[in-house]
Design a protein around this ligand. Structure first.
Ligand code: ADP
Ligand code: MG
Length: 257
């Protein structure tokens, strides 16, 4: 495998915050000459149930330039979550070629995939998926328990991530003491605490009211423009898709523009 990122002692998020982002990244699709961070070619994914085979992704090809913020739309059951899971290394394609952040997902062992995920992927879920018995700070520290980062450094990075999402005054709160929008902010802090290359978000605003959803979208936009995270977001909300630099549509296992 050939993941590109460095050791566990890389710079915290804060230090990369001030980099100016070229205008073309902000509002329009990035030019084709840019480096592709996700490259899927002819990817299929089938699930077998008893004697039945269900083809969910059917020869799908996708190139995502580094630094883009893309929305993925499509009917329920069209394979959006399946596609995100493949890109995030949570599942594997049945066939095809899949390169993400320099790693060949088809050739990696389960252990390699776990390392790939912890270095490159921040995952945000619709239902936040926080641990109810842990505080906001402890939830955000969780991904770092899989790394060699010391406990004091862990705390420092989690505090930084919570500051980035605007929750510096809620670090000791438990999920039940937070609003839905705040819970999703904690989940986003958890997703960025490893300083991932790519953020994948599966309907991140699906459980939120308009105001909270807009705040989350503003935060994702900031992570894209200021922190240069590549973002792939599944959404049903046209207003959410509007905030992305481009929207793709998945239907019958294939992508259209
Ligand atoms: P979407 O996110 O677009 O609503 P999904 O990717 O969740 O769609 O699911 C696409 C199809 O794949 C559905 O028919 C679903 O039932 C099926 N599917 C998803 N995951 C599995 C699985 N682990 N085993 C069997 N079938 C699955
Ligand atoms: Mg889904």
């Amino acid at each position: 495998m050939s993941t590109t990122q460095s050791s566990d002692t890389e710079a915290p998020i804060e230090e990369t915050a001030q980099v100016e982002v070229p205008a073309q990244y902000r509002r329009s699709a990035a030019p084709a000459a840019l480096k592709m961070i996700i490259e899927l070619k002819n990817v299929t994914k089938t699930f077998t149930r008893g004697s039945e085979t269900l083809t969910v992704l059917d020869g799908l090809t996708l190139d995502v330039p580094e630094g883009s913020f893309e929305a993925l739309m499509g009917p329920s059951g069209s394979g959006k979550s399946t596609l995100l899971n493949l890109i995030a290394g949570l599942d594997r394609p049945t066939s095809g070629a899949a390169q993400v952040a320099g790693a060949d997902l088809m050739k990696m062992s389960d252990g390699d995939l776990a390392t790939f995920r912890s270095r490159h992927i921040g995952f945000i879920f619709q239902a936040y998926n926080l641990m109810p018995v842990l505080t906001a700070l402890e939830n955000v520290e969780l991904p770092l328990l899989l790394t060699k980062v010391s406990s004091s450094e862990r705390r420092k990075r989690a505090q930084t991530a919570l500051r980035v999402v605007g929750l510096e005054d809620r670090m000791g709160h438990y999920p039940r003491q937070l609003s839905g929008g705040q819970e999703q902010r904690v989940a986003i802090a958890r997703a960025i605490v490893n300083d991932p290359t790519i953020i994948v978000a599966d309907e991140p605003t699906g459980d939120l009211d308009r105001k909270a959803a807009d705040d989350i979208l503003t935060l994702l936009t900031k992570l894209n423009t200021e922190f240069k995270k590549t973002i792939l977001m599944v959404t049903h909300d046209p207003a959410a898709a509007e905030r992305a630099t481009m929207t793709r549509h998945l239907d019958k296992g294939k992508l259209g523009a």
